[in-house]
Write a protein that binds this ligand. Structure first.
Ligand code: IVH
Length: 677
C-alpha cells in the first residue's frame, strides 16, 4: 500500500520545520518558537510516524537515539588524514610563522588570517553523502579512527540532513565535539550524588561520553560540536576562503563558533589571542588556545602540509591550566567551624605561569573517589584564581612505596577528638573555641575583605596574637592597644598604629558584612545580605525562630538550623554584645524597593500579626503600590491573616481570594526589597 501523498508531504514539512528550529536553537542560539511549540511539532511527527511506520526515514529527527548498544566500535580509515597543528607559545613564534609563509609564497603583502578559538574537546569527522549524515568518526591517530556514528547521531546540534542546497555529493566536515562547562559540572554533581567516579575535566567527560557503546547514554550527556574545517569534498565546490567555508557550513545547518574573526597580519592575530585569553573564563566551554589559518584556500593549497601539520595554520596555546606532579604528603587543616580538610603537599609544578605546591583535596570522600595515595603522580588543575585542586591520579605511575591516606583521630591543632557525623562527609574537630586553629580561622574570617575588611590583619598576625594570648575572639581585637601590640615580635610602632587605625575604621560597617563576619556555618555573603535586608536589625535576627528564618529568601531548613545553633550559644551572644559595645555600628539597610510591584492590587489585613504592627504592614504594602482596604470582596487581591483571624478570612476562603500568613507576607516584602521590621 503506498502512502497518501499529503501524509508524506506533511511528514516532510514537519521534519523540515523541526530541523530548522533545531538549528535555530542549538547552532544559532536564537530560537524563534517556544520549547512547548517545538515539542508539539515533535509529537505530531512521532504520532504520524507511529501511524505510518513506512514513513520513518533514517534522517528523521525522531531517529537520533538507537535502541541497540554496540558490542565494540569498528575502525575506519580516514580518506584524508586528520592533521594536527603546530604550536606557537609566544609572539616571536607567531611572527616566525608569518615570515615563513611569506617567504614560501614569495610575497610581502599582508596576509589575511582566520582566527578561531581552539576548543578543548574531541576532534571528529562527519561524512555527509547527498546531504545525509552517514558516518561519524573520531580522529584516532589521524589515519585510523573509530566509527561513532550511533553516538554522533544523538547530538542535536549535528544535522542528520544538511539544510538548504548546493552541498557536494560527498562532504566531510571536521570539528570538535565538547561538553559545556555547566553541563560538565552538572554531570559530575550527579555522579557525586551516586557515589560514582568523577570526570577530571570537560574534555574527559566528552571523550567518555562519545565512547559509550550504548548511544542512549551518549544522548543523556548533552554533547555539542563546533565545526572548523572540511576534509574530503567530492562532486561540488566550496567557497574559496576558510571564512567563506565556515559561513557555508553554518548555512547548511552546522554549528560554527560565533567568535571566529578575519584579521590582517600576525600583529592582529596577537590581539585576537589577547582578547580570547581575557574572555576564556567567561566562555561556557574550555579553550586551550586559538588557531590562526591562512584565509585563502588557494594559498593554503600552495603552502601545503609538512608531514602531519599544515604550513598554513598554527595553534597559539594558552598557558596550561593543568599539570602533572607528585603528591608528597597530605596534611590536615582545621577550618573556622572545625572542618578538617585534607591538603595536598605537592612537588612544586608550574601551571599557567604560577608555581603550585599545595592543592585542596576537599574531604576524605574525595580522596577515596580519586583513589589517591601519597607518592602518586597526580593531575592538578588551576583555573584563573581559583584554589588549585587535584583532579585525577595516574595509577600507572604509582610507586611501590605509595602510602594510603588516613584521617587522624585527633585534631592536629588542639588534640581534641575528630568527629565524623553520620551522613556528613566533613569530619570536624570537637575542640570548639578551645581549639586554637578554629579560633584563628574565625578571627581571620572576621577580618577578611568581604567581612569587616581589617587591613593588615593577615593570617600570620592573627596567629601571633592568638599564640601570645592577646586575643581569643574577634571582640578582643578591639581591646588591643599600642603597648600590647609592641610586645609582639617584629612589630614596629608604625605597623601597630596602622593596625589600630584599621580596627577603628572597621567599626563602621554594614549589617550584612557584620552577619557574614560572624562566620555562621552555611551563611555566606549573599545569605548574610538577605538576612540583613529581611530583619533590618540585629536583635530581630538574634531573636528569630526557625519558621521566621525560613521566610528569608534562600534560607532553607538546614541553614535556619545552623543560624539557630549559632545564636543559642551563650559564648557567641557574648561576643556579639562585646562587639556592639566596642562601637561596631552600621546604617540601616537600604535596597531598591520595587515601588510598583503591587500597583492596582487591593489587600486586606486581618487577625493579630506578631512581628509587624498592623500599621507597619499597611505602610509596607502601600510602599509597593497596593491599596489596603478593610473589607474582603471578589476584587480583593490578597488577604493577610494573622492569629485569630475570623470572618474576613472565612470570606476570603469562600471567594477563593489568596491568603498569606505573616511569614509569607514578610517573604513577599523581602523579595521586593522591603525589610521586615
Ligand atoms: S584545525 C589542519 N581548528 O586542535 C587543521 N583544530 O592540535 C587541523 N582544534 O586535532 C585542525 N579547535 O582537535 C582546528 N578551530 C580549530 C580547532 C582545532 C580545536 C583541535 C583539533 C585538532 C587539534 C590540533
Amino acid at each position: 500500500m503506498s502512502l497518501p501523498a499529503e501524509i508524506v508531504e506533511q511528514a516532510m514539512r514537519l521534519r523540515d520545520a523541526i530541523n530548522r528550529h533545531n538549528h535555530q536553537y542549538h547552532s544559532l542560539d536564537s530560537p524563534i518558537i517556544s520549547d512547548a511549540e517545538f515539542d508539539q511539532l515533535f509529537r505530531e511527527l512521532k504520532s504520524l510516524e507511529a501511524q505510518y511506520p513506512e514513513l520513518v526515514t533514517d534522517d528523521s529527527p525522531t531517529q537520533r537515539v538507537g535502541a541497540t548498544p554496540l558490542s565494540a566500535f569498528s575502525q575506519i580509515q580516514h580518506e584524508m588524514p586528520m592533521l594536527s597543528l603546530e604550536n606557537a607559545f609566544s609572539e616571536a613564534d607567531l611572527e616566525d610563522f608569518e615570515r615563513r609563509i611569506k617567504a614560501r609564497l614569495g610575497t610581502v603583502d599582508t596576509l589575511e588570517f582566520v582566527c578561531e578559538p581552539k576548543i578543548d574537546g574531541v576532534a571528529v569527522s562527519l561524512l555527509y553523502v547527498d546531504g545525509q549524515l552517514v558516518r561519524g568518526a573520531t580522529r584516532g591517530d589521524g589515519a585510523t579512527g573509530e566509527d561513532i556514528t550511533q553516538n554522533v547521531r544523538t547530538i542535536e546540534s549535528i544535522p542528520l540532513r544538511l539544510q538548504g542546497q548546493g552541498w557536494p555529493d560527498r562532504l566531510e566536515v571536521r570539528g570538535e565535539i565538547y561538553i559545556a562547562k555547566s553541563t560538565f559540572l552538572a554531570i559530575n554533581a550527579e555522579a557525586q550524588a551516586r557515589g560514582e567516579k568523577l570526570f577530571a575535566n570537560p574534555r574527559n567527560a566528552a571523550a567518555g561520553s562519545l565512547r559509550q557503546l550504548d548511544s542512549r547514554l551518549t544522548a543523556k550527556r548533552k554533547l555539542t560540536m563546533y565545526c572548523y574545517s572540511v576534509g574530503l569534498v567530492e562532486g561540488g565546490d566550496l567557497p574559496p576562503t576558510q571564512a567563506g567555508i565556515l559561513q557555508q557550513l553554518q548555512d547548511w545547518g552546522l554549528r560554527v563558533n560565533p567568535l571566529v574573526e578575519v584579521v590582517k597580519g600576525a600583529a592582529m592575530c596577537r590581539t585576537y589571542y589577547e582578547k580570547m585569553l581575557t574572555r576564556r573564563a567567561e566562555l561556557n566551554y574550555e579553550i586551550d588556545g586559538v588557531v590562526f589559518k591562512v584565509n585563502s584556500m588557494s594559498l593554503q593549497q600552495r603552502l601545503g602540509i609538512l608531514t602531519r601539520t599544515p604550513r598554513w595554520a598554527i595553534a597559539h596555546k594558552f598557558p596550561a591550566e593543568e599539570g602533572y606532579t607528585r603528591l608528597v604528603d597530605v596534611e590536615f587543616q582545621v577550618g573556622r567551624t572545625g572542618a578538617i580538610t585534607p591538603v595536598a603537599r605537592l612537588e612544586p609544578v608550574k601551571i599557567g605561569g604560577v608555581t603550585i605546591s599545595n592543592a585542596t583535596l576537599h574531604n576524605m570522600d574525595e580522596v577515596g573517589r580519586l583513589g589517591l595515595m601519597i607518592g602518586d603522580r597526580v593531575l592538578v588543575q588551576r583555573a584563573g584564581d581559583v584554589i588549585p585542586k587535584v583532579v585525577a591520579v595516574d595509577r600507572s605511575q604509582r610507586p611501590l612505596h605509595a602510602r594510603s591516606i588516613t584521617m587522624p583521630d585527633h585534631c592536629p591543632a588542639c588534640g581534641a577528638e575528630i568527629i565524623l557525623v553520620e551522613g556528613e562527609v566533613i569530619a570536624r574537630c570537637s575542640g570548639g573555641l578551645f581549639c586554637s586553629a578554629q579560633r584563628k580561622e574565625s578571627i581571620r574570617h572576621f577580618a577578611s575583605r568581604l567581612a569587616l575588611d581589617i587591613e593588615g590583619l593577615g593570617t600570620k598576625l592573627v596567629s601571633q596574637l592568638v599564640d601570645e594570648g592577646l586575643i581569643e575572639n574577634p571582640a578582643d581585637l578591639y581591646s588591643l592597644t599600642e603597648s600590647k601590640l609592641l610586645g609582639l615580635e617584629r612589630m614596629a610602632p608604625k605597623s601597630a598604629n596602622n593596625l589600630l587605625e584599621a580596627l577603628e575604621k572597621s567599626k563602621l560597617t554594614t549589617m550584612a558584612r557584620f552577619i557574614y563576619a560572624l562566620g555562621i556555618s552555611e551563611v555566606g555573603e549573599s545569605t548574610a545580605r538577605n538576612l540583613a535586608l529581611f530583619f533590618g536589625d540585629i536583635d530581630a535576627l538574634r531573636a528569630a525562630n526557625n519558621e521566621l528564618l525560613q521566610a528569608v529568601p534562600d534560607v532553607g531548613p538546614i541553614v535556619a538550623e545552623k543560624i539557630l545553633t549559632f545564636f543559642h550559644q551563650q559564648n557567641n551572644q557574648k561576643v556579639i554584645d562585646e562587639l556592639l559595645a566596642a562601637g561596631i555600628h552600621w546604617q540601616a539597610e537600604t535596597s531598591s524597593v520595587d515601588a510598583a510591584a503591587l500597583t492596582g492590587q487591593s489587600w486586606v489585613l486581618t487577625g493579630t500579626l506578631k512581628i509587624l504592627t498592623r500599621n507597619e504592614a499597611k505602610a509596607k504594602l502601600q510602599s509597593l503600590g497596593a491599596k489596603v482596604s478593610g473589607s474582603v470582596s471578589k476584587n480583593t487581591s490578597c488577604v493577610v491573616a494573622g492569629d485569630a483571624a475570623g470572618s474576613k478570612l472565612a470570606k476570603a476562603l469562600e471567594l477563593g481570594v489568596p491568603v498569606l500568613d505573616e511569614t509569607a507576607l514578610l517573604e513577599m516584602l523581602a523579595k521586593h526589597g522591603i525589610q521586615g521590621s
